[in-house]
Write a protein that binds this ligand. Structure first.
Ligand code: AMP
Length: 581
C-alpha cells in the first residue's frame, strides 16, 4: 500500500444499529465501498472468540448460533449510556468480555476503515461519522472516541437526518424550507424535522422510539406463521422466514412458506398497529418544531422498512404529501455522510457548483439561426464540434459569432465573442471549417476554428460564459425560451423554408430562360404560377412557414420536367463537345 497522502480522502461512515456502511468521494462522485465479498453493508456485529480473536460483520454473525453470549449486536443502543439506562436488555454481558460499548463500536469502525483502505488501495484515517439526531453530547463524544480508538481522526459527527437530506440533494433547498425525515429501520424509529438556515440544515425537532422497527413486525409475522402451521412458537426458522416473507411482500402480493400462503393484506393487517405507533412521534416532532405538515417542502424516507408500500402510503396520508423515494433508503445516510466528507475534503464543492452548463452554447448560422454545439445541462468539462461550409460562392472568410442562450434566433441570445476564419474563395459549399467548443471545469470556453483545407487554426478563449444556474439572467433566459418557444420555433422553420425558397427561385428562372421553348406553354405557365406563389409568400409580412414550405415543394414538383430536360441537354452538350454526336 502507498503511504497516506496529505490530501487523503475523508470517509463517510453510517455506524448503524443493525448495519454499517462506508463511502468516499472519488473523482467527484460519492460511492459506497464494498468489502472483499462485494457487500456494501456490514452487519454491526462483533464476536469475541475464546482464543482472543475478534471477528466483525457477517463473520461475527456466523458465530452467533454457537457463541450467543460472545456475539455483540445492536451495541449502538448502549453507547454513551450507563448500564440499564436504555431500558434495553442485551442477550450478552459486555463486562464478562471485558469490553465496553466504545471498544465494540471501535471494532466495527476499524473494520470499515480496512474495507476502505483495501478498496482505495491507500490507507485512510479521516472520517465523518453519523449519529441519531437525539444523541446527546455524551453519546456523540463516545462515538467520536470509538472512532479515535479505531485509528480515525473524526472530522465531524453528523446527524443522521441531515446526512439523509444531503443524500437526497436537499442542500440546494432555499432558506427556511422544511423537511421531515422518516427513518424506520430494523430496530429503531426516528422522525426529524429540519429547516434550511444560512445554507445548512438545523434539526428543529426530533422524536422516535429506540425499540420500534422492522424486527417487531418480523416477530408478529412469525407468530402468525406458527399459528397457521399449528406449531408452537419460538422456532428461529419462523423468524427468519418471516423477514424473508415480509421483504418479498414489498414487491409481490403473495408469498408461500411450507404448506401455507401469506398475502400482502395479511402482513398489512399486522403492520397497521405497528405503524400507528410512529404516528404520535411524528405529530410530536411537528408540534415541537412548530411546523404544520402542510408547511413541509419535502418528506424523505430512510431505513429498510420504508420499502414497504404500506409505510409509504401511511407517510403520504400522515403528512398529506407524497414522500420522496428517489434514494435507496438503506444507503441514504451513508451517502449523505460521504457527501459531507467530500465537501470537507474539498473534493466535492467545485463539482456541486459547476456540474452542468446552465445555458446552451452555440454559433450563429446562415439566416441568423442559433446552432447549438454544447446543449444546456451538459456535464462539464465538455467538448463538442461541428463542420460548417460557405453559404455563398466566392466567400473567402466566415464570421463565427459565439452565442449562449436558449432562443432559436441568434439575435435573442447573448454574443460571447466572434472570430473570423479565412479560407480560399471557391464555389458555394466548398469550404470546410470545423468549429470545436471545449468548456473546462472552470467554465472557460475555448473555441477552435479550423479551415480543414489548409489546416489553419483560429482560436479564442472566452471567460464570460454564464456558469451559475442561480444567476438571475440565466433564469430569465430560460423563462423566456419557454415563453417564446412557439414563436421562436415558427421563426426558425420560416427561416429555413425561406432559405430553401430563395435558393430554388433563381434556379427555376434560369432553367425557364434556357429551356422555355422545350416545354409546353401549359407546363411553363404552371411553373410560373407556382414560382409566383412562392414569391408572394416570401413577401408577405405574415411569415407563414407552413404555407411557404408547401408552395416551395409544389414548385419543386412542377419543375421535375425542367430538371430532366436540363440534365438531358447537359448530357447532349457534353457528348457533342467530345465529338460523339
Ligand atoms: P436498516 O436498519 O435501515 O438496515 O433496515 C433494516 C430493516 O429493513 C429490517 O427490518 C429489514 O427487514 C427491513 N427491510 C429491508 N428491506 C425490506 C423490504 N424490501 N421490505 C420490507 N422491509 C425491508
Amino acid at each position: 500500500m502507498k503511504p497516506e497522502s496529505p490530501h487523503s480522502p475523508i470517509l463517510g461512515i453510517d455506524l448503524g444499529t443493525t448495519n454499517s456502511l462506508v463511502g468516499v468521494v472519488d473523482s467527484g462522485f460519492p460511492i459506497l465501498l464494498a468489502d472483499e465479498n462485494g457487500s456494501r453493508s456490514t452487519p454491526s456485529a462483533v464476536c469475541y472468540a475464546d482464543d482472543g480473536s475478534v471477528s466483525v460483520g457477517a463473520a461475527a454473525l456466523c458465530q452467533r448460533a454457537h457463541h450467543p453470549r460472545r456475539t455483540i449486536t445492536s451495541v449502538k443502543r448502549l453507547i454513551g449510556r450507563r448500564g440499564g439506562e436504555s431500558g434495553w436488555q442485551p442477550h450478552y454481558n459486555l463486562q464478562e468480555l471485558g469490553v465496553g460499548p466504545i471498544e465494540v463500536s471501535a471494532e466495527i469502525l476499524r473494520h470499515l476503515k480496512s474495507v476502505a483502505g483495501r478498496a482505495l488501495e491507500q490507507p485512510v484515517s479521516r472520517a465523518v461519522i453519523t449519529v441519531p439526531a437525539f444523541f446527546n453530547d455524551a453519546q456523540r463524544a463516545a462515538t467520536k472516541k470509538a472512532g479515535e480508538l479505531a485509528g480515525l481522526t473524526v472530522e465531524r459527527i453528523l446527524s443522521e437526518p441531515t446526512a439523509a437530506a444531503l443524500a437526497y440533494g436537499l442542500d440546494k433547498l432555499d432558506e427556511h424550507q422544511k423537511v421531515a425525515v422518516y427513518d424506520l429501520g430494523g430496530g429503531t424509529f426516528d422522525i426529524s424535522v429540519l429547516e434550511m438556515r444560512d445554507g445548512v440544515f438545523q434539526v428543529l425537532a426530533t422524536a422516535g422510539d429506540t425499540q420500534l422497527g422492522g424486527d417487531d413486525l418480523d416477530r408478529a409475522l412469525a407468530h402468525l406463521i406458527a399459528q397457521k402451521l399449528h406449531q408452537p412458537e419460538g422456532d428461529i426458522r419462523f423468524l427468519e422466514a418471516a423477514e424473508a416473507i415480509k421483504k418479498h411482500l414489498s414487491a409481490e402480493e403473495t408469498a408461500t412458506f411450507e404448506s401455507i400462503s401469506i398475502d400482502r393484506s395479511d402482513l398489512e393487517k399486522l403492520a397497521r398497529p405497528w405503524l400507528d405507533r410512529t404516528r404520535q412521534h411524528c405529530l410530536r416532532a411537528l408540534s415541537d418544531a412548530k411546523v404544520k405538515a402542510s408547511d413541509l417542502d419535502e418528506v424523505i424516507l430512510v431505513g429498510g422498512s420504508t420499502r414497504m408500500p404500506l409505510v409509504r402510503q401511511f407517510v403520504a396520508e400522515l403528512f398529506g404529501k407524497e414522500p420522496n423515494t428517489s434514494q435507496n433508503p438503506d444507503e441514504a445516510i451513508a451517502l449523505g455522510a460521504t457527501i459531507q466528507a467530500g465537501i470537507l475534503a474539498g473534493s466535492l464543492r467545485q463539482v456541486l457548483l459547476l456540474d452542468v452548463t446552465p445555458l446552451s452554447l452555440g454559433i450563429e448560422t446562415f439566416g441568423g439561426l442559433m446552432n447549438i454545439i454544447i446543449p444546456r445541462n451538459t456535464t462539464i468539462p465538455a467538448k463538442a464540434g461541428e463542420m460548417f461550409t460557405n453559404a455563398v460562392a466566392n466567400q473567402d472568410s466566415m464570421l463565427i459569432r459565439i452565442l449562449q442562450g436558449e432562443r432559436e434566433l441568434a439575435k435573442d441570445n447573448w454574443e460571447l465573442g466572434r472570430i473570423e476564419v479565412p479560407f480560399p474563395a471557391g464555389p458555394k459549399g466548398s469550404a470546410r471549417v470545423g468549429v470545436q467548443f471545449s468548456l473546462d471545469a472552470d467554465g472557460i470556453l475555448h473555441v477552435l476554428a479550423r479551415d480543414t483545407a489548409t489546416n489553419t487554426d483560429t482560436t479564442l478563449e472566452i471567460r464570460g460564459t454564464a456558469i451559475d444556474v442561480a444567476d438571475e439572467r440565466v433564469e430569465q433566459m430560460i423563462a423566456e425560451s419557454v415563453e417564446f418557444a412557439f414563436d421562436d420555433m415558427n421563426e426558425r422553420v420560416w427561416t429555413e423554408a425561406k432559405l430553401k425558397a430563395e435558393e430554388l427561385l433563381p434556379a427555376v428562372e434560369a432553367a425557364l430562360t434556357q429551356l422555355g421553348d422545350a416545354i409546353t406553354a401549359e407546363e411553363a405557365q404552371n411553373v410560373r404560377q407556382h414560382a409566383d406563389e412562392v414569391r408572394q409568400l416570401l413577401d408577405s409580412p405574415e411569415h407563414d412557414a407552413k404555407a411557404l414550405k408547401t408552395a416551395t415543394q409544389h414548385l419543386d414538383d412542377a419543375t421535375q420536367t425542367l430538371a430532366v430536360l436540363l440534365l438531358d441537354r447537359a448530357m447532349e452538350e457534353s457528348l457533342a463537345r467530345r465529338g460523339i454526336l
